[in-house]
Each structure stands twice: as structure tokens, then as C-alpha cells.
Write a protein that binds this ligand. Sequence first.
Ligand code: 13P
Ligand code: SF4
Length: 368
Amino acid sequence: MDTTESITREELNLAPTIAEDLIEQARAEAERQAADYAPGEKEALIQRIKKLLREQNAVLVAHYYTSDDLQQLADETGGHVADSLEMARFGSEHPATTLVVAGVRFMGETAKILNPEKRVLMPDPEATCSLDLDCPPDVFSRFCDAHPDHTVVVYANTCAEVKARADWVVTSGIALPIVRHLAAHNRKILWAPDKYLGSYVRSRTGCEMLLWPGSCVVHEKFKADGILRLKQQYPDAAILVHPESPEDVIALADEVGSTTALINAARRMENRRFIVATEPGIFYKMKEAAPDKIFLEAPNAGAGATCESCARCPWMAMNGLRNLARTLETGDNEILVEETIRRKAVRSIRRMLDFAREHTISAGQGNA
Ligand code: 13P
Ligand code: SF4
């Protein structure tokens, strides 16, 4: 097989796309979480959560794509708002005995894999990710068996079993330096599951990579023609793109990078206006980092479209104050990972964290 080509979904017997009903279920739950609060309800929930976090020696770690309320609460309670690499690192280094992970399931699993002695809770463990769904462990394992001469590199957006089968785990914040390192050692790479991030990494490193055909249902919808129209309207705007986006969108970018790298770019670049092709939850921290600047959502619905939050990740939006309070109260939604799987998965995640430490890569630096 020509290892500069992607494999098709048909070859792997994967469904042509992620089932629409799964996305609809997530949206329905997200709507329940975001339903209007009765007078005083929100303030009461926040106070209850703060008290429960203190009483249970728990810390809240939230992804940039969660709601403003959750990000604010993480900040106010000594927790952390971060990208997936930094979430993993923070959870490991913090002395709390309970980690409450507001994000999607693979983030909770990563926390548990790295911290088996800690209790890991999530507001809703059904909050998944289309990349994780696109990479069933049994199909993936057979594919790895068929390519024994390849180093297996998987994106963090995968389940524990897939991480257990991998040589390396990477996040978008550290994929480039790790693949450059492997390329320097003449390794051929089997990359999964995000074909767009894989293709971007391949183009930037020149590494020989076989790409699994997964994608993010949010980022793959960003449209180059819509972004170009917006750029015509605001020629002074810089374009910031997460590398889970299609090639023609990445080609327009002034900065491509992980969520942290995009926030850093908004702070650092001199432009006053930015067109941002990633999940709009990021605007909370972007506005904090660069309060005088203007951020526009990149269109993701075809030519001419200008969108109001249509790039919301349906699974990230399942996290809310209501289910966070309930989880802390009941102890339900604990994330557990079977020990033999965990022991294997921890090696590939640790390899990434050790690489970051040895090469002094902090969040947002690995994209250069
Ligand atoms: P980051 O690693 O950049 O936080 O991205 C995670 C993710 O799910 C992006 O869609
Ligand atoms: Fe997964 Fe995409 Fe949601 Fe990120 S934005 S969690 S990659 S579905």
C-alpha cells in the first residue's frame, strides 16, 4: 500500500458518517443543560458546587469548549481551563483526590489512566467525540496488526483501548514535534483517527504517514469560501484555524494550532480582528486574553453563511452546572478504566508527557 495515501472508510467497514441520531441525542441533552434557570437557581447551583468541591477535596478541570459558566467556575475554584494536553498535565500534578473533568469522555479517561489512585468524575460520561466514535478499538487493532512495520501514533481523542494499542499518544499541541522526532528516526507512522490533522502533520513534517479516515463533525464543516467572503468584508482580520479543519481551510490560516496556540496567537498578533475556525467556547478565554480585540466565528454552513454558534460541539455542550452539581452530590458518573488496558494506555500517554517535559514544550508551543 502507498503509505502517503489515506485509507477509505469503506475499506475499514466504517459507517459513511457519524449517525445523525447520536448528534441529535447529544444536542437534546445539551438543551436540557442549558434550559433557562428559575430565579436564583443558577447562583444556588454555583454555591452548591463550590461547597461540594471543597468538602470532597475535588478540583474542576474544564476544556476551552465548555460553557462560560463552567470555565468561570473552574477559574474561581482553583481549577483549570485548558487544552487537552494541559488538562492531562494539570490533573496529574494537582494534589486533589477527586478530579472533575468537564469535557468529553476521552479527557476523563486520560485523567483516570494517569491517576488511578484518584476518583475521576464527569458531569456526563456519555459526552463523546466523533473522532473517538470513528475509531472502534477492534477494527483499529486489526489494522495495526496488518501494518506491523509502522509506529502507531494516535490522537488523544480516542478511547482507552485505542491508546493501549498505540506507541504514542499526541494532542494537537504536540503532534508536530513528536512526528518530526519520529521522522528523524526514519519511522513510518500509522496515524489515527483524524485525517485532517494527520494530513496537516504529514505536510509539515514530510513524514511517511498512513492516515485513518476519521474526522471531527465540528471542524470538518468549516468552509473556505465562507471564510474568504468574511475576509473580503474584513481584510484586516487574521484567520486562526484548529488543525482538525479541512486542508483548504488550513491553507487560509495565519495561525494553525491547538486551542491554547490559537488563544496565544490572538494575544500576540497585532491584528484587531480575528476570524476563528474552531469551537466558539474558546471565545471566553480569547476575550480574556485579548479584551480589546474582535472575534468572528468562521462560517461553517457554505457560501455566504455567517453563523451564530453553529460550530458548537454537541458533546462538549452536554456539560452543565446542573449535571456537575448532581455528579458531585451522588458520586455517579465515575470514570473507570479496566486495569490491564490502563497499564498499556498509560505508557503511550506518559511518552507524550515525558517528551513535552524533555523538550520543554508547554501548552501552545508545539505547533510552531
Ligand atoms: P485541543 O487539544 O486543541 O484542546 O483540542 C481538543 C479537541 O477536541 C479539539 O476539537
Ligand atoms: Fe471531538 Fe470535534 Fe467535539 Fe473536539 S470539537 S470534542 S474533536 S467532536
